[in-house]
Ligand binder design. Sequence first.
Ligand code: FAD
Ligand code: NA7
Length: 456
Amino acid sequence: MTNFKVGIIGAGPSGLAMLRAFESEQKKGNPIPEIKCYEKQDNWGGMWNYTWRTGVGKYGEPLHGSMYKYLWSNGPKECLEFADYTFSEHFGQSISSYPPREVLFDYIQGRINQSNARDYIQFNTVARWVDYLEDKQQFRVIFDSLKDNRTFEEYFDYLVVGTGHFSTPNFPYFKGIEDFPGAVMHAHDFRGADQFKDQRLLLIGSSYSAEDIGVQCYKHGSQSVTIAYRSNPIGCNWPEGIKEKSLVTHFEGSKAFFKDGSSEEFDAVILCTGYQHKFPFLPDNMRLKTKNRLYPDDLYKGVVFNHNERLLYLGMQDQYYTFNMFDTQAWFARDYMLGRIAIPEKDSRTKDIKKWMDYEEKTKTGADHVDFQTDYIKELISMTDYPDFNVDKVSDMFKSWLKDKENNILNYRDQVYRSVMDGTQAIPHHTAWMDEMDDSLEKYLEESVVEKAEAI
Ligand code: FAD
Ligand code: NA7
């Protein structure tokens, strides 16, 4: 059955994967439902659509972006590569394994530009509220068209939420922080390391944001970087100038006090304390309530909302795999909506969710987490015609990446990997990552060409 209507909220990598999944079906000559996608920003790409703004966007909406200048991929690109559109196909040459932000954005756009996906997307349009009409078995969604300041509503048989979950800060309070004289911000508002040059920087949190913002600031000339952890230190081989400490207990002026009894003066504080899953457009009974974990509760196969089978979520997991995981979810979502995948009754779904959550509970190390997400993706791939790829090899690459980071956090981005999608061997970037200050697409590609020519 295809005479139904699908609404997609968000045109980041997850929302775009949903569009791509339907498009691939259409290309086979099969009918697809009526699709509409709504994106509050003026372009697609989600997090990868970088903005210099902080706080609110140009129409006064809470700003989505948490990306910053100088961000280079924090994992090998070979681990996130689309199975149906490779980096080699896009760039026509081999590139390094850890490209900068703009290069990854270009890659995302390359795939979607091959289609008429833009025709399905209404930009500058924010989902404000959703009701589920039991009698009609439809969602009524209220939108605001930001450009012309107009409210309107649409009805859908299925609703796909792809609004991301690294946008609304988790902003804990530390006693005395209100009197700290220097800059205090959350990682969400961090736009680049420049302003922290020569400063003594304190980062609170011990996950990806703390690790990467710390290393970026070190690279761009901060005087010192101190990372304060709550549960576990990151535990890399830190260079002189970066160190880890136990959690901050309180501040007195510019001095931070730590759990280990020590204290130290700082010039700036960045809270790298993670994000909240936030869905202000959804009522409580449709809202996903979870922290950042590998298997959020209430999502059958990580996608179908257990309390309303017509509500789907994409990309809500903590992420090792990203772009290709969103694809596998979108392909599953597509086939489910098209009636090709039958899902069991609620009790069985609940049991299946619990099985995965129990498995997650047993994971301890980074390698265990990678294995978990690898198994999850394998299951999804086995259910659809998403191009099969060697997920075990990708899993091995993730594990090497974890080791590379542990060994040397400053040069792991100089390592190169081989694509499992088309066998292309990445080439080293011409300049060591620590010395490369220009992260523009032009410079990156220009230099890669030189590198390639030299290699011949
Ligand atoms: P998002 O990219 O967040 O996109 C969600 C979209 O939904 C946005 O465009 C937003 O405007 C829109 N939206 C939100 N609310 C509404 C609404 N109410 N109405 C309409 N539209 C709405 N991943 C990697 O693979 N490699 C990396 O190096 C990497 N680095 C990262 C660095 C940072 C700082 C962050 C925050 C994330 C990073 N990620 C990285 C993970 C990144 O989140 C994913 O790669 C990817 O962007 C997630 O896609 P998404 O579509 O699920 O969410
Ligand atoms: P994460 O990965 O969710 O990590 C959040 C971190 O914040 C984690 O270390 C938490 O410590 C820490 N945290 C949370 N609350 C507190 C409080 N109250 N006090 C101290 N520390 C706290 O978020 P990230 O921003 O690092 O990464 C998100 C994405 O952005 C990621 O995918 C990257 O690609 C970029 P815990 O370990 O729970 O004790």
